[in-house]
Design a binder for this molecule. Structure first.
Ligand code: SAM
Ligand code: SF4
Ligand code: SF4
Length: 347
C-alpha cells in the first residue's frame, strides 16, 4: 500500500493586501524625463526649462531595479512593465531588459513608450529579451497629435516605430490613446479604422486626474460608453471576456471579425477591486496606487546594505498593509488631494 502523502508546511510566499488582492504586476519607471510634453501629463507650463528632474545619483541603477524585481517575483509578480517618463530616453535600456529577462518566474516583460525612438531601438530591445510593447498615440492627424504632444512630433514616426516593433517580433502591439474632450474625440474613429483588420489593439483611456499639474476637470473626460458608442455606430462591436483577473482594459471585438479594441474606464467604472499593480518610481519609491501621495522608500533600503530577505520582508509588509482604492472613492474632495505625477510614477 502506498504511504500517505506528506503534508508540507505552507511554502507559498505569495502575498495579498487587506482587500484580498494579490500582487501580480510591477510597473517600473526608469526615468522621470520625457522628450514629449503631453498636455494631459507633463504640461509645458509645469515641466518647463527650469523644472528640476531627478539628479542621476537619486535614480536607481539597473542592478538595483533587478534586485527589486527578483524580490517581488516570489511574492506573486508575474509581469513587469517598463515605463516612465519616456523609458527609451534612459541610456542603454536594453541592458536592463537583458537583466530582467533573466529573472526566473517572470512570465511577461513589456514596455510602454511614446514610440518616438522605437523605430531605431526595437531590434535591440527584442534581442535583449523584451516580449511586447505598448505604444501611446493620441491621434492620426499631425495637427491634433502635435497639439497633444506639444513638441511638434509627427504621427508618421510613431507609426514607423509600431511597424518596427512588429517586424522585430514585439507584437501584437497595443496602442494607448488618451481621449480628452475638445481635443481628440475624432481620433477615436480614425484610430479604430486605421488598426481594424490588424492584430494591433487600440485601447482608449479615459482622461484621468493623475498628478496635480494637468488641471483635470470631469468635463474633459470622454466616458468609455461614449467612445464605444462612436465605434459601434460605425463598426458594430460586442464585449469579450477579460483574459485574466486584474486586466485593466475592457475588451470588445468587432462583430465582423475585424479584431479587437479596449477601453480603460478608470473614471466612469473604476476597477480597484481587481487592482494587482505596484509601481516603482525612478528614484526607488514603491507606490501601491497610481493616486498615492507618497511612496515607500526602497532606495534607502537597497543602499544601506539590506539583504534580499530584508527586502522581501519590507515588500511583503507594504503590500499586506495596502488598502488603496482611490478611483472607487473618487469625489470632488479627493480630486484636490496632493498626488504624485504620472510621469514620475509611471502610467
Ligand atoms: N512615455 C510613455 C508613454 O507615453 O507611453 C510611458 C509613460 S506614460 C505616463 C504611460 C501612459 O499613461 C501613456 O499611455 C499615457 O497616455 C498615459 N497617461 C498619461 N497621463 C494620463 C492621464 N492624465 N490620463 C490618462 N492616461 C494618461
Ligand atoms: Fe511623456 Fe508619456 Fe507623459 Fe506623454 S504621456 S508626456 S510621452 S511620459
Ligand atoms: Fe489601483 Fe489605485 Fe487605480 Fe484603484 S485607483 S485601480 S487601487 S491604482
Amino acid at each position: 500500500m502506498a504511504a500517505p502523502a506528506t503534508i508540507h508546511p505552507m511554502t507559498d510566499a505569495r502575498v495579498t493586501d487587506r482587500l484580498g488582492r494579490p500582487l501580480r504586476d510591477l510597473r517600473v519607471s526608469v526615468t522621470d524625463r520625457c522628450n514629449f510634453r503631453c498636455v494631459y501629463c507633463m504640461p509645458r507650463e509645469v515641466f518647463g526649462r527650469d523644472h528640476a528632474f531627478l539628479p542621476r545619483a537619486e535614480i536607481l541603477e539597473f542592478e538595483e531595479i533587478a534586485r527589486v524585481v527578483r524580490a517581488v517575483v516570489p511574492l506573486g509578480v508575474r509581469k513587469v512593465r517598463l515605463t516612465g517618463g519616456e523609458p527609451l530616453v534612459r541610456r542603454n535600456l536594453d541592458g536592463l531588459v537583458r537583466l530582467l529577462a533573466g529573472v526566473e518566474g517572470l512570465d511577461d516583460l513589456t514596455l510602454t513608450t511614446n514610440g518616438s525612438l522605437l523605430a531605431a531601438r526595437a531590434p535591440a530591445l527584442a534581442d535583449a529579451g523584451l516580449r511586447r510593447v505598448t505604444v501611446s498615440l493620441d491621434a492620426l492627424d499631425d495637427p491634433t497629435f502635435m497639439r497633444m504632444n506639444d513638441v511638434g512630433f509627427p504621427v508618421a514616426r510613431v507609426l514607423d516605430g509600431i511597424s518596427a516593433a512588429i517586424a522585430a517580433g514585439l507584437g501584437p502591439v497595443k496602442v494607448n490613446t488618451v481621449v480628452r474632450r475638445g481635443m481628440n474625440e475624432h481620433a477615436v474613429a480614425d484610430l479604430a479604422g486605421h488598426f481594424r483588420g490588424t492584430d494591433t489593439v487600440v485601447r482608449f483611456i479615459e482622461y484621468m486626474d493623475v498628478g496635480s499639474s494637468n488641471g483635470w476637470r470631469m468635463d474633459d473626460v470622454v466616458p468609455a460608453a461614449e467612445i464605444l458608442a462612436t465605434i459601434d455606430a460605425r463598426w458594430p462591436i460586442e464585449p469579450v471576456d477579460p483574459g485574466y483577473r486584474g486586466e485593466v482594459a475592457r475588451r470588445w471585438h468587432y462583430r465582423d471579425g475585424g479584431g479587437e479594441i479596449g477601453v480603460i474606464t478608470s473614471v466612469t467604472q473604476p476597477f480597484c477591486g481587481d487592482c494587482t499593480r505596484a509601481r516603482l518610481s525612478a528614484d526607488g519609491q514603491l507606490f501601491t496606487c497610481l493616486f498615492a501621495a507618497s511612496g515607500h522608500d526602497l532606495r534607502s533600503l537597497l543602499r544601506s546594505g539590506a539583504t534580499d530577505d530584508d527586502l522581501a520582508d519590507a515588500l511583503r509588509g507594504i503590500w499586506s498593509d495596502r488598502s488603496d482604492r482611490y478611483s472607487e472613492l473618487r469625489s470632488l474632495e479627493t480630486v484636490d488631494l496632493p498626488k504624485v505625477e504620472m510621469s514620475f510614477i509611471g502610467g
